[in-house]
Write a protein that binds this ligand. Structure first.
Ligand code: JHZ
Ligand code: ZN
Length: 408
């Protein structure tokens, strides 16, 4: 029976089915592409009680996060965003140099390296062995484990409570959100602050970012849903900021005790109510628009291919694999995909079997059209590849409506 992961209510409505999908970060070796690939249903639901948008089918986290190909530090945009987070955190909470900052899902330690520069004690918690090793090599002390209640107790025993706990792009990945928050609350110093960043549901709906829906992302948060969630734990959202990263995110500051809410939070909550976020009606339109986007993008790419153009992808993000699979764009349409992540290069995309090659080969291969799968870095990538555009190259931005960018 379908049951909401936050409020346990069974009154859920499915509003979008992306069908059977491989894992978004399940890149394959050449030997693996000849074997049968695992695929899992990817259906999205709205909870009529607490308004959480969520995926119900849970792939075991050990399958997805033991060996992980995504590295935070591969993008200048993310590095800047995380350095701003550390500066903001240390200015809004009274910290002294000995205070502990714990980052959950700390990846390669990029965020903690900024806190360390500011003089704090830092500790990362990261389940993926290959990524935790990168962090350790970068000098960031990291516990290689999921953040379970047991891990939490060990941290408190060895390091004490944390003045700041951060979790960027990690809350959406957690199945037992209530258990996770209980542990975070224990870890937090009473005068401390939990700071999280999550992709913002309103942006996902507005910009048709359907490709950010994948098995790793179990929850798609609105502030309305987060507010209910933290209030249930006796915690309170004291500040919120909207960010441009990952197609639109929110940075939310949560106090472990009940405190006054900020004015902007009230404003955003009202805005969400006005546009219908806490009601199921608006989600049907999203599903219809996603379907139309699929037809438009397929038609555009197939048309360009039939005209004899050489087409490639730029960036091999997790979301790119959802877009490619959902739209049926495989190696007959895209010759290759350029990406700067060593863990993805020389592998093949799950389901669509397109080779991922180093971005250093971009100039040599010089495709006529490049589908920007990492559309969230449009500014950074188009700036970096200005010469390609100047020489007549074209980028295709897939969402919210497929658009060709060229300058000649
Ligand atoms: P990017 C990640 O999703 C993973 P993804 C995670 N599951 C999550 O929650 C979301 O973020 C929010 C490459 N690239 O950041 C690097 C270049 O090649 O959009 C990456 O492979 N050249 C934790 O995977 C990919 O593009 C460049 O110049 O959707 C971008 O992945 C740049 C800037 C990036 O995240
Ligand atoms: Zn619910």
């Amino acid at each position: 029976m379908t049951k909401c992961r936050v409020c346990a209510n069974t009154d859920l409505d499915m509003f979008l089915s992306l069908g059977q999908m491989p894992l978004a970060n399940g890149f394959l070796t050449e030997a693996e592409i000849t074997q049968k690939e695992p695929a899992y249903p990817l259906d999205v639901y709205f909870c009529n009680s607490c308004s959480l948008v969520q995926v119900i089918d849970v792939v075991p986290p050990e399958v997805m996060f033991t060996d992980y190909p995504y590295i935070t530090g591969t993008s200048e945009t993310m590095k800047l965003n995380l350095s701003q987070l550390s500066a903001k955190a240390s200015s809004c909470i009274a910290l002294d140099g000995n205070d502990l900052v714990v980052d959950l899902g700390s990846n390669d330690g990029t965020l903690l390296s900024y806190f360390k520069e500011l003089g704090f004690r830092t500790l990362g918690v990261e389940p993926a062995a290959n990524i935790a090793q990168l962090a350790s090599e970068n000098g960031i002390e990291t516990i290689q484990h999921f953040f379970t209640d047991e891990t939490c107790s060990k941290i408190i025993a060895s390091y004490g409570q944390a003045k700041i706990v951060t979790g960027t792009n990690v809350f959406a990945h957690v199945d037992d959100v209530n258990g996770f928050i209980n542990s975070v609350k224990r870890l937090l110093h009473p005068q401390g602050m939990l700071i999280i960043e999550v992709p913002y549901l309103t942006d996902m709906l507005d910009k048709l970012e359907f490709d950010t829906i994948y098995h790793e992302h179990l929850s798609y948060f609105s502030l309305s849903a987060l507010n209910i969630l933290f209030n249930n734990h006796g915690m309170s959202i004291v500040n919120v900021e909207r960010l441009a990263v990952h197609g639109g995110s929110i940075r939310v500051y949560i106090s472990p005790i009940s405190e006054r809410r900020c004015h902007y939070l009230e404003e955003l909550l009202d805005q969400e109510t006005n546009i219908g976020i806490p009601h199921k009606g608006m989600y049907k339109k999203f599903a219809t628009d996603v379907n139309a986007l699929k037809s438009d993008l397929k038609a555009m790419l197939n048309g360009l291919k039939h005209e004899g153009n050489k087409i490639a992808g730029y960036g091999a993000p997790a979301k790119g694999n959802i877009l490619l699979n959902y739209c049926g764009l495989d190696s007959t349409v895209l010759d290759c995909i350029f990406d700067n992540t060593p863990f993805k290069q020389n592998l093949f995309t799950p389901g669509t079997h397109i080779p991922v090659v180093s971005d250093t080969t971009f100039e040599k291969i010089n495709p006529d059209y490049c589908l920007l799968l990492a559309w969230n870095y449009e500014e950074e990538i188009l700036k970096k590849e200005k010469a390609y555009l100047q020489n007549g190259g074209n980028f295709i931005i897939p969402i919210p409506h497929p658009k060709i960018v060229s300058i000649s």
